[in-house]
Design a protein around this ligand. Sequence first.
Ligand code: AMP
Length: 278
Amino acid sequence: MKAINKINILQKIIKDHILNKNTIGFIPTMGALHKGHLSLIQKAKHENDIVVVSIFVNPKQFNKQEDLDRYPHTLEQDKALIQDYANYVFCPDVDEMYPTGFQSTIHIGDLANILEGEHRPGHFDGMATVVLKLLHLCQPTRIYMGLKDYQQCLIVEQMVKDLDIPTKVVGVPTVREDSLLALSSRNLLLLPKDKKPAAQIFVALLKAQELILGGERDARIVERTIKAELEHISKKIDYVAVRSLSLETIPTIDQDVVILVALYLGGVRLIDNIIVRL
Ligand code: AMP
């Protein structure tokens, strides 16, 4: 695996691979890599000639300075974890990506204003800006996105469609700890005492799935039931939402749905979701 931190070097390498007609799998990440990231990278290796991983903690997608300041950085460990699977790791510094005078931002429409977007203003525009820049740099055949960040995955799909980017977006299922807690770089910030309650998030989602498969069709009742469960573990729940797979609000569950949750545990913001197929 070759580490690259300059854009012009990456561009030259990608140009050569495109000339050789190699397919390129690309995985954008913010580092602090874990087995969730690894599943995206392994899938990409299986499906493409070469694999490019980016590690860049993108300041533009953090709406709170404090959140950015304490985001974990584990670059050397990250490289060791992925070296057998990725051909290239692109890890630029902030000035390389956003040099003085940088002015452009991608603005996403309504899909970016709900759920995560409502609670993290500007987050998705910042994410889309860096992902579009990385797509231009890597020109991947496929980009791999985790379904753990369900709304993010939909937004990237929408952007790729709207802007005619010749890349397929591949959504990859969430990898979990044995406790069922979704793996996340932010789990490193959880206090030991909050680990057990954190695992209850997916337990509540599984109970909701059971409720729906048992015949409950009122989306608000399902939301209220999950919220009541989660209030035992968190004092700050940003949202619990039963939505269509394209994230529209639905009063009645008459189609496959996704249930999404965001909450705080000891100051750490966690998100998770479950797709329920009728
Ligand atoms: P991040 O480094 O948090 O920006 O995540 C980079 C990519 O990895 C995103 O597409 C995430 O959705 C994905 N990802 C993060 N955690 C997991 C997980 N537990 N399982 C699968 N994919 C994940």
